[in-house]
Ligand binder design. Structure first.
Ligand SMILES: [Zn+2]
Length: 180
C-alpha cells in the first residue's frame, strides 16, 4: 500500500491552503518489522512537515512586515538573499526578503531592512574596510587589479581573524560589496 502524508495549513484569516503531499511511503506487510513507520520514514516525514511549516510561518512573518511600521506605506523590495535556518528536524532553506528603508525614516539609518533579522537567530556584523586615500588614484587606473587585491586581502583578514580561537574560532561566511 501507499501511505501518503498530507499537510494542510489554515491561515490566521481562515484561508484554507491546499492539501500538499509531504512524503509518501510504499509499505509491504510481510514481517512484523514492516508494520508502521521506520525511523528513516519518520525522520523524512518530520523534516518535510518542518520545512513546510517554517516556510509558511516565514512567509506570513515577512508579509506582515512588508509595510513600514511607522507610516504604513508599502516598502519597496530590494531583492532577497538565501539563508539556512537550522532546526531539530533538519535545515530549512529560506529566501529572506530585503526591503528599502521607507522614505519616512531618517536617512542616516540602515538603507535596507530584512524582516527575518528580527525573527531568526542569525547574528551578523557589518565590517567596513577602507583604502588609504593615495591608493584611490591607482585604483581608478587599475580597477581590476586593485579591487582584486582589496577583496582577496579583506576576505583573508576576515577568515584569519574569525578562525582565531581568541576571537570566534569559527569558519565564517560573508558577502562583500564594493562601495565607492
Ligand atoms: Zn514609513
Amino acid at each position: 500500500m501507499r501511505v501518503s502524508i498530507l499537510l494542510q495549513i489554515t491561515g490566521d484569516d481562515g484561508t484554507i491552503g491546499p492539501a500538499e503531499e509531504m512524503t509518501a511511503f510504499e509499505k509491504t506487510t510481510e514481517r512484523s518489522e514492516d508494520l508502521g513507520l521506520s525511523i528513516a520514514e519518520g525522520k523524512a516525514m518530520l523534516a518535510a512537515v518542518q520545512a513546510r511549516t517554517v516556510l509558511a510561518q516565514a512567509a506570513t512573518w515577512s508579509q506582515q512586515r512588508r509595510c513600514c511600521p511607522a507610516c504604513g506605506e508599502r516598502r519597496r523590495s530590494k531583492g532577497s538573499y538565501p539563508l539556512v535556518f537550522r532546526t531539530l528536524y533538519g535545515d530549512v532553506e529560506l529566501t529572506s526578503p530585503r526591503l528599502h528603508r521607507c522614505p519616512c525614516q531618517p536617512a542616516d539609518g540602515p538603507a535596507t531592512v530584512s524582516p527575518f533579522r528580527d525573527l531568526l537567530p542569525v547574528p551578523y556584523f557589518h565590517v567596513v574596510f577602507t583604502m588609504p586615500e593615495p591608493i584611490a588614484a591607482i585604483a581608478l587606473q587599475n580597477k581590476r587589479v586593485v579591487y582584486d587585491i582589496l577583496f582577496r586581502s579583506t576576505a583573508a583578514s576576515l577568515r584569519t581573524i574569525a578562525a582565531d580561537p581568541r576571537h570566534l574560532g569559527a569558519e565564517i561566511g560573508f558577502v562583500a560589496v564594493l562601495h565607492t
